[in-house]
Design a protein around this ligand. Structure first.
Ligand SMILES: NC(=O)c1ccc[n+]([C@@H]2O[C@H](COP(=O)([O-])OP(=O)(O)OC[C@H]3O[C@@H](n4cnc5c(N)ncnc54)[C@H](OP(=O)(O)O)[C@@H]3O)[C@@H](O)[C@H]2O)c1
Length: 278
């Protein structure tokens, strides 16, 4: 039995709350990293066309001997492919690269309000085709702000199942997460460790790590999980891959969560979705 809770999406599909992200893993290292993640117990992989490693993700899943149905896989539409014909071709290529006949979740990677005449709604309609024909079991968005989501609600009858956004103790996203909760959109927190580094040396986090006998990274991942978000930390190191999965045998107190949340400084590691690419 997996220790990872399932989160029910607004269309009835279930996604494992903890997964494995493969951004910035070189294609030649990806199959090995994904194999280590599957071995550690992860059953949810987050990739994207832009990461250039979908083929290797599919290879590792194929070689694992696991049923395709037991692994939840997400990919995302590249920024250069928002026009209808390009999006259709890109989605076909994603399935071909992964070696799958369906994907669990397909996202618009960025809203790009300053490109394509700001028309991400037409792109959303194209993803709706993949959802209706069953090749995408769920569809969603990434890096969408409340105004972007409101436009989808007004102009489409398919609500996004998830919004994948940057969230960490340095960027707690209180307003956007509340908006998503009010609209039954699951939040996926990307760069949950703020890419490692300074965050993991914050006294508010190292103190809780000492108190609980866990590592700073485990404390941060637990903070996300107890807030209800979906996370998929990335690592190329098998020991860290296992460490990041081992977060279901302890609990943070309300005070722990509050002291970690107080680290918020609205600081992004990635670009601002309202202006990207400027
Ligand atoms: N939708 C989007 O626009 C978007 C943008 C960015 C990311 N994402 C997704 O979110 C996933 C995670 O984000 P991310 O990769 O940017 O950042 P992250 O998971 O917050 O951090 C990854 C970094 O932390 C290090 N690390 C991992 N586990 C650690 C541990 N236990 N202790 C210390 N350091 C550790 C890794 O180094 P090593 O590899 O050397 O261990 C790596 O440098 C991505 O892989 C991708 O799937 C989505």
């Amino acid at each position: 039995m997996s220790p990872v809770p399932g989160i029910m999406l607004n269309n009835g599909q279930t996604i494992p709350q903890l997964g494995f992200g493969v951004f910035l893993i070189e294609p030649q290292d990806t199959a090995e990293a994904v194999a280590a993640a599957l071995e550690a117990g992860y059953r949810h992989i987050d990739t994207a066309e832009m990461y250039g490693n979908e083929r290797e993700v599919g290879e590792a899943i194929g070689k694992s001997g696991l049923d395709r149905a037991s692994v939840f896989v997400t990919s995302k539409l590249s920024n250069g492919c928002h026009r209808q014909e390009d999006a259709r071709r890109a989605f076909d290529q994603t399935l071909e690269a992964l070696g799958f006949d369906y994907i669990d979740l397909f996202l618009i990677h960025w809203p790009l309000p300053m490109r394509y005449d700001g028309d991400f709604v037409s792109t959303w309609h194209t993803l709706g085709e993949f959802y209706r024909d069953g090749r995408a079991r769920s569809i969603g968005v990434s890096n969408f702000q409340p105004d972007h989501l409101r436009r989808l609600y007004a102009q489409s009858d398919i609500p996004p199942a998830v919004n994948q956004i940057e969230v960490s103790p340095y960027l707690t996203q209180t307003d956007l997460r509340r908006f998503c909760a009010e609209h039954q959109v699951a939040v996926e927190a990307w760069s949950p460790l703020a890419r490692g580094g300074n965050l993991l040396r914050e006294p508010a986090i190292t103190q809780v790590a000492r108190d609980t006998g866990k590592t700073p990274a485990q404390v941060v991942l637990r903070w996300h999980i107890q807030r209800g978000d979906i996370v998929f930390p990335k690592s190329v190191r098998p020991a860290r891959i296992r460490e990041n999965f081992d977060v279901f045998d302890f609990e943070l107190t309300g005070d722990d969560i509050a002291s970690i949340s107080a680290l918020n400084r609205d600081e992004r590691t990635g670009p601002d979705p309202d202006t990207f690419p400027g």
